[in-house]
Design a protein around this ligand. Structure first.
Ligand SMILES: [Zn+2]
Ligand SMILES: [Zn+2]
Length: 830
C-alpha cells in the first residue's frame, strides 16, 4: 500500500482546479452568471509583495480559504479574488541600495507569491487578479483622486509635516511612532511643505455613526478607530489680546464650566501667531530660543506624563471673555498644535497639567467648583479638583451643579457672543503626498497662467517614468525626470510642470476591493452593476495591525465614492475577522532573530494540506499561535492516518448505505460521524473556531481507527467505516482541500466541493453525559448523570435538586459552592 504522498495528490487537484477554472465566478450579465444563489464576498487583505510570502500570509489565506469553501458548500456563490499591494517603500529602498528597479523586484516577488498561492491550493478566482503598481490599475487610482479633487475632497496646502531626515520623505502622523520614523527609527523633524490632503475630517461623524452598522466587528477594532477619530464635545471660546496687536485666540475646551477659573493662557510652540506676539519685544530672544529647543525634542519626550513643565512668559495678556480679567500668556510645550486650536485657557484649579505649570511659575490657582467628594482631593488643598460639584466664583452660575449648568453656560456664551458649542476631533486630514518614486503619480499639472490643473481623464494614466537614481534628494526622485516633468497645460497649452509627488500607498488599497469586481474594465474603474451585486464584502480577513489606517481609509473612500454616485453602499466590509500573530517556540518571529518560518519549506516537506491545517489548528485563529515543528508533525500524522484509512476502506468495504439500525459499533461509529458534523459545523459558525473543528475531525478519525477492524467483517460495518472516513474528508476539506478531494472521490464518488456541507442526523445525536460527584461538606452524597456540556450554573442546580443531597442539607445554609466542571460539586453548609 502506498503511503501518503501529498505532492502527487496536491498537484493532481491543483491541475483540475486550474484547468476547469473551478473558483471563477461571473458577474451579472456575463455568461455563466448564477442568479439562483445568494452571493458571498470573501476577502483577505491583499498582500504587499516583498520577497517570499511569510507564515502570516499562510495563516491569513488559509483562514480565508476555509471560509470561502464553507460558504460555497452552503449554497453561496462565493467571490474570492487575489491581488498585490505592489507600490511601496521597501521595493524603493531596495532599489536605492542595489540599483535594481522597483518594478523588477516587485514583479519577481509577485511571481513568487502567485506560485505559492497556487501550491497552497487557495481557491482563488484568478481571472480577477490585479496589482496596484500596474498602469492599468493606477490609472483608476488617479481617476478617483481627480473625482475627489473636483468634489473639494482633495486639496493642496502648505502644512508643517513630519519629515524623516534619513528616508528624506514626509511621513503621515501615523507613520511616526514615539517621535521616530516607523520605518527606519530615525528621529522625526518638522518641516513646512506644500502637500496634498484628502478631507477625511469631513467624514468624521459619518465614520463614527456607521459603526452601528458594523455590529460584528471586533470591539477592540472599533474602539481603536473611535479613539483615532477622537471626537469630543465642548465649546469654542475666544480670548482676545489687545495691546496693539488685536488678535483673537479661539480655544477649544471640553470644560466651559471652569472658564471662570482660567488664570493664564498658553500657546503651543508651533502656534502661527507666536512670532507676531513677541517680535520686537523683550521676550523675543528667550521665546525664540525656547521654540528652537522644543523643535529638537521628540513628540515622545513632549508627551511624557511625569515630565517637568517648561515654558516662557510672552509679556502679553489676553482677556477672559467671561469675567473681563486679564490673564498672562505663555508658550509651553505641553500644549500641542495638533489638538484643538493650539492654544488653551489654563485652569490650574481643575486640571493637573495646568496645576503643575502654575506651581512652577507661581501663578494663581482659583477653584470654581466645590469638591463634594474627599477622595477626589489630590492634596491638602484638594487641588486640582477634577470632580463635580456646585460652582463658585462663577458669577450668575454660582451654586449650580457644574454638570447640570453645562448646557446653560454654552447657551449664555453664545448669547453674549463670547463663544459657541463646538466639537473637536483628533482626526486630521489625510496627508497623501509622498516625495517618493514608487507610487502612483498625482495627476495634476502646474501652469503659470492657470495654476493647478487636473490632468483630463482621457489622458490617464500619468505613467511613472523610468529613472536611474532612486535616492531621495529632499524632493521627489521624479523631479529628476526632467523630460517627464515638462508638459503642456491641458487648459491653455502653455508650458507647464507635472506634480512630482506620488500618492501614499494606502490610497491604492482603499478601493482595490471594488476593482476586483470588474478588474479588466478599460473604460471605467468598475461597473456600477457589478459593484452593486457583490458589495459589501461579506467577510473581510486580515491582521489586526491594519485595524486603524487601512480600514478607516477604505471606509472613507467607500463613503466618498457613494456620495459621487459610484457605489451603492456606505460601508465596505460588513464583517471583519482579525487573525492573531504567530510566534515560534514562544518568541516573536523576526528576520534578525533568524526564527522565521518559511511556508515554502514546510509545504515542500509535508505538503500544503499539512501546513494549512496546522495554522488553522494551532489555536483559535483570532488569537495568536505558537509554531512548533512537533505541532506540524502531529497534523501531518493525522492527515496520513486519514489517508491510510481511505486506502484500506477503499479495498475492504463496499458502497452500501450505512444503516444505524444495525446497532452496536455500526451505530456507535455513525453516531460519532454525526457528532463530528454537528460539532464542526457549529464551531465553524461560532467565530471560526477552527482548532476545535479540526480536533472534532481528528476524534472521528481516531474512533474510526479503533472500530474499523471489528467492522470490516460485515457489509453494514464496512459501509459505516466508509461513511465515517468520507465524512472526515468532507469536514476537513476547507483546511486540507487536496487530500479531502482525493479521499472523498475514492470513497463517496464525486467532487467534495460540489457537495453540500453535510448535515447531522438529529436521531443519531445522543447527548453525551458524564457522572458528577456531589459532596456536602466534602462527603460523597450522590452521583448523578449530567450533560457533558452543562454550565457551572446547571451543575449546581442539578446538584441541589438531588434528593440524597437535600437530605444532608438539613435546613442549613449553603455558604460556599465549589464546582469542578464535568467532575464534582461540593456544597459547604453551615
Ligand atoms: Zn525613516
Ligand atoms: Zn494653463
Amino acid at each position: 500500500m502506498a503511503g501518503y504522498e501529498p505532492k502527487e495528490i496536491e498537484r493532481k487537484w491543483q491541475a483540475v482546479w486550474a484547468e476547469e477554472k473551478t473558483w471563477e465566478v461571473a458577474n451579472p450579465g456575463q455568461p455563466g452568471f448564477d442568479n439562483s444563489k445568494p452571493k458571498s464576498y470573501v476577502l483577505e487583505m491583499l498582500p504587499y509583495p516583498s520577497g517570499e510570502p511569510h507564515v502570516g500570509h499562510l495563516k491569513c489565506y488559509a483562514v480565508g480559504d476555509a471560509i470561502a469553501h464553507f460558504r460555497r458548500r452552503h449554497g453561496f456563490e462565493v467571490i474570492h479574488p487575489m491581488g498585490y499591494d505592489s507600490f511601496g517603500l521597501p521595493a524603493e529602498n531596495n532599489a536605492i541600495k542595489t540599483g535594481e528597479p522597483p518594478r523588477v523586484a516587485t514583479e519577481r516577488s509577485i511571481e513568487s507569491f502567485r506560485r505559492q498561492f497556487r501550491e497552497w491550493g487557495i481557491s482563488i478566482d484568478w481571472s480577477r487578479e490585479l496589482a496596484t503598481h500596474t498602469p492599468k490599475y493606477y490609472r483608476w487610482t488617479q481617476w478617483i483622486f481627480l473625482q475627489l479633487f473636483e468634489k473639494g475632497l482633495a486639496y493642496r496646502t502648505e502644512a508643517p509635516v513630519q519629515w524623516c531626515p534619513k528616508d528624506a520623505t514626509v511621513l503621515a502622523n501615523e507613520q511616526v511612532v514615539d517621535g521616530r520614523c516607523e520605518r527606519c527609527g530615525t528621529e522625526v523633524v518638522q518641516r513646512n511643505l506644500e502637500q496634498w490632503f484628502f478631507r477625511i475630517t469631513e467624514y468624521a461623524d459619518r465614520l463614527l455613526e456607521d459603526f452601528e452598522a458594523l455590529e460584528s466587528w471586533p470591539d477592540h477594532v472599533i474602539t481603536m478607530q473611535r479613539n483615532w477619530i477622537g471626537r469630543s464635545e465642548g465649546a469654542q471660546v475666544v480670548f482676545r489680546c489687545e495691546e496693539g496687536v488685536d488678535l483673537d485666540f479661539p480655544v477649544f475646551t471640553t470644560r466651559p464650566d471652569t472658564l471662570f477659573g482660567a488664570t493664564f493662557f498658553v500657546l503651543a510652540p508651533e502656534h502661527p501667531e507666536l512670532e507676531r506676539l513677541v517680535s520686537g519685544t523683550p521676550a523675543e530672544a528667550e521665546v525664540r530660543e525656547y521654540v528652537n529647543r522644543v523643535g529638537r525634542e521628540s513628540a515622545e519626550e513632549r508627551g511624557a506624563e511625569d515630565r517637568e513643565k517648561t515654558g516662557v512668559p510672552l509679556g502679553r495678556s489676553v482677556v477672559n471673555p467671561v469675567n473681563g480679567e486679564e490673564i498672562p500668556m505663555f508658550v509651553a510645550d505641553y500644549v500641542l498644535m495638533e489638538y484643538g486650536t493650539g492654544a488653551i485657557m489654563a485652569v490650574p484649579g481643575h486640571d493637573s497639567r495646568d496645576y503643575e505649570f502654575a506651581q512652577k511659575f507661581g501663578l494663581p490657582v482659583v477653584r470654581v467648583i466645590e469638591g463634594s467628594d474627599e477622595e477626589e482631593a489630590r492634596d491638602e488643598a484638594g487641588l486640582p479638583y477634577s470632580g463635580d460639584g456646585p460652582m463658585t466664583g462663577s458669577g450668575r452660575f454660582d451654586g449650580k451643579n457644574n454638570r447640570e449648568a453645562y448646557g446653560e453656560i454654552v447657551d449664555w456664551l453664545r448669547s453674549e457672543g463670547r463663544g459657541e458649542s463646538a466639537v473637536n476631533y483628533r482626526l486630521r486630514d489625510w496627508l497623501v503626498s509622498r516625495q517618493r518614486y514608487w507610487g502612483a503619480p498625482i495627476p495634476v499639472v502646474y501652469c503659470d497662467e492657470c495654476g493647478i490643473v487636473p490632468v483630463p481623464a482621457e489622458q490617464l494614466p500619468v505613467e511613472l517614468p523610468e529613472i536611474e537614481d532612486y535616492a531621495p534628494q529632499g524632493k521627489s526622485p521624479l523631479a529628476a525626470a526632467v523630460e517627464w516633468v515638462a508638459t503642456e497645460c491641458p487648459r491653455c497649452g502653455a508650458a507647464a510642470r507635472r506634480e512630482t509627488d506620488t500618492m501614499d500607498t494606502f490610497v491604492d488599497s482603499s478601493w482595490y476591493f471594488l476593482r476586483y469586481l470588474d478588474a479588466h474594465n478599460a473604460a471605467a474603474a468598475f461597473d456600477r452593476a457589478a459593484v452593486d451585486h457583490w458589495m459589501p464584502v461579506d467577510q473581510y480577513i486580515g491582521g489586526v495591525e491594519h485595524a486603524i489606517l487601512h480600514l478607516m481609509y477604505a471606509r472613507f473612500f467607500t463613503k466618498a465614492l457613494s456620495d459621487l454616485g459610484q457605489v451603492g453602499v456606505q460601508e465596505p466590509f460588513a464583517n471583519l475577522f482579525t487573525q492573531g500573530m504567530i510566534t515560534r517556540d514562544g518568541a516573536k518571529m523576526s528576520k534578525s532573530k533568524g526564527n522565521t518560518v518559511s511556508p515554502g519549506d514546510y509545504v515542500d516537506r509535508y505538503g500544503a494540506d499539512t501546513a494549512r491545517t496546522y495554522v488553522c489548528f494551532m489555536g483559535p485563529p483570532e488569537r495568536g499561535g505558537d509554531w512548533t515543528d512537533e505541532g506540524v508533525e502531529g497534523v501531518n500524522r493525522f492527515l496520513s492516518r486519514l489517508w491510510r484509512l481511505c486506502e484500506e476502506a477503499e479495498s475492504r468495504t463496499g458502497a452500501g448505505e450505512p444503516d444505524p439500525a444495525a446497532g452496536g459499533e455500526v451505530r456507535d461509529l455513525l453516531a460519532k460521524a454525526h457528532w463530528a458534523i454537528e460539532k464542526a459545523t457549529r464551531d465553524f459558525q461560532r467565530g471560526f473556531q477552527f482548532n476545535t473543528v479540526i480536533s472534532a475531525v481528528m476524534e472521528l478519525v481516531n474512533d474510526t481507527y479503533r472500530l474499523k477492524d471489528g467492522l470490516y467483517g460485515t457489509p453494514e460495518g464496512g459501509a459505516a467505516v466508509r461513511f465515517a472516513t468520507a465524512t472526515a474528508a468532507s469536514l476537513i476539506f476547507p483546511f486540507a482541500p487536496h487530500l479531502a478531494s482525493e479521499v472523498f472521490s475514492r470513497l463517496a464518488g464525486g467532487r467534495v466541493w460540489e457537495q453540500p456541507w453535510p448535515v447531522a442526523d438529529p436521531a443519531l445525536l445522543v447527548s453525551e453525559t458524564v457522572t458528577l460527584v456531589v459532596q456536602v461538606n466534602g462527603k460523597l452524597r450522590d452521583r448523578i448523570e449530567v450533560p457533558a456540556e452543562a454550565s457551572e450554573e446547571d451543575l449546581l442546580r442539578l446538584a441541589r435538586a438531588s434528593d440524597k443531597v437535600a437530605g444532608h442539607l438539613d435546613g442549613g445554609k449553603i455558604v460556599k459552592e465549589i464546582v469542578v466542571p464535568g467532575k464534582l460539586v461540593n456544597l459547604v453548609v453551615r
